[in-house]
Design a protein around this ligand. Structure first.
Ligand code: PLP
Length: 444
């Protein structure tokens, strides 16, 4: 297709070339140029592009029916996907509510929490504490939980302003605490916030177990996770894990929660769940939460397209692929390789201040000084400059201005979970060329 005035719009005007096709970790534009999808799109394409087994299973479903409204029919595709999801989730998270994306999964988690507390006679609980920075979605409810100023500020008058606590960005802390102590320090901020808000008004706490785009793959100290669970239990506050980005193997476990042996009360998933083959997400909880709601008349919530057989057949095929190809284990192994290669870059580029992540959700952050962790000057526009240098060279990476949008630049590397070590080397070679070009242009 040639360039012509576009009737389509997203966040901004779109200068990108037209996509032609995908193949594994690669995407090709219509000129034939090849790109490594180093961020799986927006951390979506966990099983890689155009997997023929998945396409065949989707086609088989499409030949039968693409839609049957859930109030009129049950479908094998949705039942089978729910069962497979329950089987792959940690024990106790076995009731599945389908949606079509991450924001919907988060909204559904919050409304599920609220309705559950109503069945328990705890109607006074409505506040959902979240973290700053964080990203939980763009619909107004999910946005109210999001801690990222550039996205939230224009809409602030339209939201209630849910309470926030700092995300545990311990890599920025310059104190004398151990990592263990720092983890506990940040967890206590939740306790303090619950007490300050009034425990009988607090419904839930929501967090990304490994941060996504807002923090750049932020991992908390191990001590943080267990203490957060204890604090939620102490006050009867439901713990919601937003695993929209981290779920379905991305961090080297099916759920990131499994790294710390935590069972959240409710989990929101999307992205890798449909893996780019269909818009799909899920809100998952245990029967303890779901049954009282069903007994009391049902969950007062639902989206028209939710659980449609076409999307569910894609989701089931994705989970089967994750399982049969051992992609969770590959994400763990290749994540170690990738992190080691990224740490290697720190010797060559003094402006890389931190490398972090889990599995194949990894990031590096630019600083002007590693001792103070001062960011690079905003005027350098590092976050878009490096992305462009890489894009020109055929590597797609994902960047954001970090620390809640105030300053700092981080870059996510999160390739499909099928990536091999040789492909990681290919990716790192393009990245190194791109960093050299960026450094030369920026005079660093
Ligand atoms: N939650 C997290 C952690 C995310 O990363 C995202 C998307 O980036 C969302 C929620 C929202 O998902 P969606 O864009 O599919 O609505």
């Amino acid at each position: 297709m040639t360039d012509q005035p576009s009737h389509l719009f997203y966040q901004s005007r779109n200068p990108r070339p037209f996509l032609d096709r995908g193949e594994g970790i690669y995407l090709f534009d219509q000129s034939g140029k090849r790109y490594i999808d180093g961020s799986s799109g927006a951390m979506v394409s966990n099983i890689g592009h155009s997997n023929p087994r998945v396409l065949a299973k989707m086609k088989a479903q499409m030949d039968k029916a693409t839609f049957g409204y859930r109030l009129h029919f049950r479908t094998e595709a949705s039942e089978n996907l729910a069962a497979k999801t329950a089987q792959m989730m940690p024990e106790g998270l076995d009731r599945v509510f389908f949606v079509s994306g991450g924001s919907e999964a988060v909204e559904s988690a919050v409304k599920l929490a609220r309705q559950y507390k109503i069945t328990q006679g705890e109607d006074s609980r409505w506040k959902v504490i979240s973290r700053f920075p964080s990203y939980h979605g763009c619909t107004l409810g999910a946005l109210d939980l999001t801690g990222y100023d550039p996205l939230t500020q224009p809409f602030a008058p339209m939201m209630r302003g849910m309470p926030k606590i700092p995300a545990p960005a311990t890599y920025l802390d310059r104190d004398n605490l151990t990592e263990h102590e720092r983890g506990l320090k940040y967890a206590e901020m939740l306790r303090d916030k619950i007490v300050a808000e009034g425990p009988d008004t607090v419904l839930a706490f929501i967090m990304e177990p490994v941060g996504g785009a807002s923090t750049g793959a932020l991992v908390a100290p191990d001590s943080y996770y267990g203490r957060i669970r204890e604090i939620c239990d102490e006050f009867g506050v439901l713990l919601i894990y937003d695993e929209v980005m981290t779920g379905v193997g991305r961090t080297g476990r099916f759920l990131a929660a499994e790294h710390w042996g935590i069972i959240p009360d409710i989990v929101a998933m999307s992205k890798g769940f449909g893996s780019g083959y269909a818009p799909l997400g899920a809100t998952v909880a245990g029967s303890r939460i779901v049954e009282p709601i069903l007994d009391a008349g049902g969950f007062q919530h639902g989206f028209t397209y939710a659980g449609n057989p076409m999307a569910c057949s894609a989701g089931l095929a994705v989970l089967e692929e994750i399982e049969s190809e051992g992609l969770v284990a590959n994400a763990a192994a290749m994540g170690d390789v990738l992190i080691a290669r990224m740490q290697g870059l720190m010797a060559r580029y003094p402006f890389i201040g931190d490398v972090r992540g889990k599995g194949l959700l990894t990031a590096f952050e630019f600083v002007s000084d590693r001792d103070t962790m001062e960011p690079l000057p905003v005027g350098l526009n590092a976050f878009s400059q490096l992305v462009e240098r890489a894009y020109e060279r055929g590597l797609i990476i994902y960047s954001r201005r970090t620390r809640g949008g105030a300053a700092g630049d981080h870059f996510l590397l999160a390739p499909p979970l099928i990536i091999t070590e040789a492909q990681i080397d290919e990716m790192m070679s393009i990245l190194t060329d791109s960093l050299d070009a960026f450094a030369a242009d920026a005079g660093l």
